[in-house]
Design a protein around this ligand. Structure first.
Ligand code: CDP
Ligand code: CDP
Length: 224
Protein backbone atom coordinates (compact mmCIF):
# COMPACT_ATOMS: atom_id res chain seq x y z
CA UNK A 1 0.00 0.00 0.00
CA UNK A 2 1.18 3.54 -0.73
CA UNK A 3 2.88 5.18 2.25
CA UNK A 4 2.34 8.88 2.86
CA UNK A 5 3.62 11.64 5.15
CA UNK A 6 1.34 13.20 7.75
CA UNK A 7 2.24 16.60 9.25
CA UNK A 8 0.57 17.62 12.51
CA UNK A 9 1.04 21.16 13.80
CA UNK A 10 -0.60 23.36 16.39
CA UNK A 11 -0.10 25.21 19.66
CA UNK A 12 1.04 23.68 22.97
CA UNK A 13 -1.12 20.90 24.44
CA UNK A 14 -3.53 20.76 21.50
CA UNK A 15 -3.05 16.98 21.53
CA UNK A 16 -0.50 16.69 18.72
CA UNK A 17 1.85 14.07 20.16
CA UNK A 18 -0.87 11.91 21.76
CA UNK A 19 -2.82 11.75 18.51
CA UNK A 20 0.28 11.46 16.29
CA UNK A 21 1.41 8.38 18.23
CA UNK A 22 -1.98 6.69 17.83
CA UNK A 23 -2.16 7.46 14.10
CA UNK A 24 1.43 6.22 13.57
CA UNK A 25 0.72 3.00 15.46
CA UNK A 26 -2.48 2.28 13.55
CA UNK A 27 -0.77 2.82 10.18
CA UNK A 28 2.51 1.19 11.34
CA UNK A 29 4.27 4.43 10.44
CA UNK A 30 7.21 6.06 12.22
CA UNK A 31 6.36 8.87 14.65
CA UNK A 32 8.81 11.79 14.77
CA UNK A 33 8.52 14.25 17.67
CA UNK A 34 10.31 17.39 16.46
CA UNK A 35 9.59 19.28 19.70
CA UNK A 36 11.74 16.71 21.53
CA UNK A 37 14.71 17.77 19.38
CA UNK A 38 14.36 21.45 20.36
CA UNK A 39 13.83 20.37 23.98
CA UNK A 40 16.98 18.22 23.92
CA UNK A 41 19.13 21.09 22.68
CA UNK A 42 17.56 23.40 25.29
CA UNK A 43 18.37 20.94 28.08
CA UNK A 44 22.00 20.71 26.97
CA UNK A 45 22.31 24.51 26.67
CA UNK A 46 20.83 25.01 30.17
CA UNK A 47 23.20 22.39 31.62
CA UNK A 48 26.14 24.14 29.99
CA UNK A 49 24.83 27.54 31.13
CA UNK A 50 24.90 28.94 27.62
CA UNK A 51 22.90 32.14 27.16
CA UNK A 52 19.75 31.27 25.21
CA UNK A 53 20.04 34.61 23.43
CA UNK A 54 23.48 33.69 22.04
CA UNK A 55 22.54 32.26 18.66
CA UNK A 56 26.12 31.62 17.55
CA UNK A 57 27.03 29.63 20.63
CA UNK A 58 23.79 27.67 20.43
CA UNK A 59 24.44 26.89 16.77
CA UNK A 60 27.94 25.64 17.63
CA UNK A 61 26.45 23.54 20.42
CA UNK A 62 23.92 22.00 18.01
CA UNK A 63 26.70 21.13 15.54
CA UNK A 64 28.30 19.16 18.38
CA UNK A 65 25.07 17.49 19.48
CA UNK A 66 23.88 14.09 18.44
CA UNK A 67 20.07 13.79 18.62
CA UNK A 68 18.38 10.44 18.21
CA UNK A 69 14.74 9.42 18.46
CA UNK A 70 14.74 5.72 19.30
CA UNK A 71 11.60 3.60 19.10
CA UNK A 72 11.49 1.49 22.26
CA UNK A 73 8.91 -1.05 23.40
CA UNK A 74 7.24 1.47 25.69
CA UNK A 75 7.36 4.41 23.32
CA UNK A 76 9.90 6.78 21.87
CA UNK A 77 13.15 7.54 23.70
CA UNK A 78 15.04 10.76 23.13
CA UNK A 79 18.81 10.38 23.19
CA UNK A 80 21.17 13.34 23.36
CA UNK A 81 24.81 12.33 22.80
CA UNK A 82 23.72 8.73 23.59
CA UNK A 83 22.19 9.74 26.94
CA UNK A 84 18.49 9.02 27.52
CA UNK A 85 16.85 12.40 28.28
CA UNK A 86 13.24 11.33 27.62
CA UNK A 87 12.08 12.47 31.05
CA UNK A 88 14.36 15.41 31.72
CA UNK A 89 13.37 17.26 28.53
CA UNK A 90 9.81 17.53 29.95
CA UNK A 91 10.87 19.53 33.04
CA UNK A 92 9.24 22.94 33.63
CA UNK A 93 12.62 24.58 33.16
CA UNK A 94 13.03 23.13 29.66
CA UNK A 95 9.37 23.73 28.76
CA UNK A 96 9.57 27.40 29.74
CA UNK A 97 12.85 28.03 27.90
CA UNK A 98 12.58 25.97 24.71
CA UNK A 99 10.87 28.72 22.68
CA UNK A 100 13.86 31.02 23.24
CA UNK A 101 16.14 28.43 21.62
CA UNK A 102 13.67 27.55 18.84
CA UNK A 103 13.29 31.14 17.68
CA UNK A 104 16.84 31.39 16.28
CA UNK A 105 16.92 31.03 12.44
CA UNK A 106 20.22 29.08 12.31
CA UNK A 107 18.97 26.59 14.89
CA UNK A 108 15.76 26.06 12.91
CA UNK A 109 17.67 25.65 9.65
CA UNK A 110 19.78 22.83 11.07
CA UNK A 111 16.85 21.17 12.87
CA UNK A 112 14.72 21.23 9.70
CA UNK A 113 17.60 19.64 7.77
CA UNK A 114 17.88 16.83 10.34
CA UNK A 115 14.10 16.35 10.45
CA UNK A 116 13.89 16.10 6.65
CA UNK A 117 16.55 13.37 6.72
CA UNK A 118 14.55 11.49 9.39
CA UNK A 119 11.45 11.77 7.21
CA UNK A 120 13.13 10.39 4.09
CA UNK A 121 11.82 6.94 4.92
CA UNK A 122 8.24 6.67 3.75
CA UNK A 123 5.34 6.38 6.16
CA UNK A 124 5.90 9.08 8.78
CA UNK A 125 3.75 11.06 11.17
CA UNK A 126 5.63 14.16 12.29
CA UNK A 127 4.41 16.74 14.81
CA UNK A 128 5.64 20.23 15.65
CA UNK A 129 5.01 23.85 14.75
CA UNK A 130 6.37 24.21 11.20
CA UNK A 131 5.98 20.72 9.74
CA UNK A 132 3.28 21.53 7.18
CA UNK A 133 4.82 24.91 6.33
CA UNK A 134 8.58 24.18 6.25
CA UNK A 135 9.72 20.66 7.15
CA UNK A 136 7.34 18.64 4.97
CA UNK A 137 5.66 21.17 2.64
CA UNK A 138 4.80 18.28 0.30
CA UNK A 139 3.14 16.13 2.99
CA UNK A 140 0.04 14.41 1.60
CA UNK A 141 -1.90 15.24 4.77
CA UNK A 142 -1.49 18.35 6.90
CA UNK A 143 -3.40 18.73 10.13
CA UNK A 144 -3.58 21.82 12.33
CA UNK A 145 -4.90 21.01 15.81
CA UNK A 146 -6.32 23.76 18.00
CA UNK A 147 -8.22 23.97 21.31
CA UNK A 148 -9.06 26.83 23.66
CA UNK A 149 -6.24 27.83 25.99
CA UNK A 150 -8.46 26.96 28.98
CA UNK A 151 -8.91 23.40 27.70
CA UNK A 152 -5.21 23.04 26.90
CA UNK A 153 -4.18 24.26 30.37
CA UNK A 154 -6.69 21.83 31.92
CA UNK A 155 -5.15 18.95 29.93
CA UNK A 156 -1.63 19.78 31.11
CA UNK A 157 -2.95 20.20 34.67
CA UNK A 158 -4.53 16.74 34.63
CA UNK A 159 -1.39 15.27 33.10
CA UNK A 160 0.73 16.77 35.92
CA UNK A 161 -1.64 15.51 38.63
CA UNK A 162 -1.49 12.01 37.11
CA UNK A 163 2.32 12.08 37.09
CA UNK A 164 2.42 13.41 40.65
CA UNK A 165 3.98 16.70 39.50
CA UNK A 166 3.03 20.06 41.05
CA UNK A 167 0.16 21.68 39.16
CA UNK A 168 -1.26 25.20 39.19
CA UNK A 169 -3.95 25.70 36.56
CA UNK A 170 -3.59 29.48 36.30
CA UNK A 171 0.21 29.28 36.03
CA UNK A 172 0.00 26.55 33.36
CA UNK A 173 -2.40 28.72 31.36
CA UNK A 174 -0.02 31.69 31.53
CA UNK A 175 2.97 29.54 30.53
CA UNK A 176 1.10 28.07 27.55
CA UNK A 177 -0.01 31.55 26.42
CA UNK A 178 3.54 32.87 26.74
CA UNK A 179 5.04 29.97 24.74
CA UNK A 180 2.36 30.22 22.01
CA UNK A 181 3.04 33.94 21.74
CA UNK A 182 6.80 33.49 21.24
CA UNK A 183 6.25 30.58 18.80
CA UNK A 184 3.68 32.55 16.77
CA UNK A 185 5.50 35.89 16.71
CA UNK A 186 9.03 34.74 15.87
CA UNK A 187 10.32 35.70 12.45
CA UNK A 188 11.70 32.31 11.42
CA UNK A 189 9.02 29.76 10.57
CA UNK A 190 6.44 30.88 13.12
CA UNK A 191 3.63 28.63 14.29
CA UNK A 192 1.02 29.05 11.60
CA UNK A 193 -1.49 26.91 9.75
CA UNK A 194 -0.40 25.87 6.25
CA UNK A 195 -2.87 27.02 3.56
CA UNK A 196 -3.67 23.42 2.67
CA UNK A 197 -3.93 22.13 6.26
CA UNK A 198 -7.13 20.75 7.76
CA UNK A 199 -7.91 22.53 11.02
CA UNK A 200 -9.45 20.44 13.79
CA UNK A 201 -10.75 22.09 16.95
CA UNK A 202 -10.17 19.41 19.59
CA UNK A 203 -11.68 21.38 22.50
CA UNK A 204 -14.74 19.15 22.74
CA UNK A 205 -13.30 16.01 21.12
CA UNK A 206 -11.78 12.92 22.72
CA UNK A 207 -8.33 11.72 21.72
CA UNK A 208 -9.87 8.79 19.82
CA UNK A 209 -12.28 11.06 17.94
CA UNK A 210 -9.38 13.24 16.75
CA UNK A 211 -7.31 10.19 15.77
CA UNK A 212 -10.29 8.75 13.86
CA UNK A 213 -10.73 11.99 11.86
CA UNK A 214 -7.08 11.87 10.79
CA UNK A 215 -7.17 8.13 10.03
CA UNK A 216 -10.28 8.64 7.87
CA UNK A 217 -8.47 11.34 5.94
CA UNK A 218 -5.44 9.03 5.56
CA UNK A 219 -7.65 6.20 4.26
CA UNK A 220 -9.23 8.59 1.76
CA UNK A 221 -5.84 9.84 0.49
CA UNK A 222 -4.19 6.41 0.39
CA UNK A 223 -7.00 4.74 -1.59
CA UNK A 224 -7.40 7.67 -4.00
O1 CDP B 1 4.34 19.17 23.47
P1 CDP B 1 4.38 20.67 23.55
O2 CDP B 1 3.31 21.30 22.74
O3 CDP B 1 4.44 21.18 24.93
O4 CDP B 1 5.74 21.17 22.91
P2 CDP B 1 6.73 20.47 21.93
O5 CDP B 1 6.05 19.97 20.71
O6 CDP B 1 7.55 19.53 22.73
O7 CDP B 1 7.61 21.71 21.47
C1 CDP B 1 8.36 22.48 22.39
C2 CDP B 1 8.76 23.79 21.75
O8 CDP B 1 9.69 23.53 20.71
C3 CDP B 1 7.66 24.61 21.12
O9 CDP B 1 6.99 25.44 22.05
C4 CDP B 1 8.43 25.42 20.08
O10 CDP B 1 9.08 26.54 20.67
C5 CDP B 1 9.52 24.45 19.64
N1 CDP B 1 9.20 23.74 18.41
C6 CDP B 1 9.37 24.41 17.22
O11 CDP B 1 9.70 25.60 17.23
N2 CDP B 1 9.18 23.77 16.03
C7 CDP B 1 8.82 22.49 16.00
N3 CDP B 1 8.67 21.87 14.83
C8 CDP B 1 8.60 21.78 17.21
C9 CDP B 1 8.78 22.45 18.40
O1 CDP C 1 1.68 17.41 21.78
P1 CDP C 1 0.80 18.48 22.35
O2 CDP C 1 1.52 19.42 23.24
O3 CDP C 1 -0.01 19.20 21.32
O4 CDP C 1 -0.31 17.79 23.27
P2 CDP C 1 -0.30 16.36 23.99
O5 CDP C 1 0.88 16.31 24.88
O6 CDP C 1 -0.48 15.28 22.98
O7 CDP C 1 -1.66 16.41 24.80
C1 CDP C 1 -1.80 17.09 26.02
C2 CDP C 1 -2.74 16.33 26.92
O8 CDP C 1 -4.08 16.48 26.46
C3 CDP C 1 -2.46 14.83 27.03
O9 CDP C 1 -2.49 14.47 28.39
C4 CDP C 1 -3.63 14.20 26.31
O10 CDP C 1 -4.01 12.97 26.87
C5 CDP C 1 -4.74 15.24 26.46
N1 CDP C 1 -5.70 15.26 25.36
C6 CDP C 1 -7.04 15.25 25.60
O11 CDP C 1 -7.40 15.16 26.76
N2 CDP C 1 -7.99 15.31 24.60
C7 CDP C 1 -7.60 15.41 23.34
N3 CDP C 1 -8.52 15.49 22.36
C8 CDP C 1 -6.22 15.44 23.07
C9 CDP C 1 -5.29 15.38 24.12
Amino acid sequence: MEEISIAIDGPAAAGKSTVAKIVAKRLTYVYIDTGAMYRGLTLKALNKQISLEDEQQLAALLTDTDIELVQGENGQHVMIDKEDVTRSIRSDEVTNNVSFVAKHPSIRKEMVKRQQILAEQSGVVMDGRDIGTHVLPEAEIKIFLIATVEERAKRRYEENIQKGFPADLEKLKEEIEQRDLIDSKREAAPLTKANDAIEIDTTALTIDEVAELILNEAARVITK
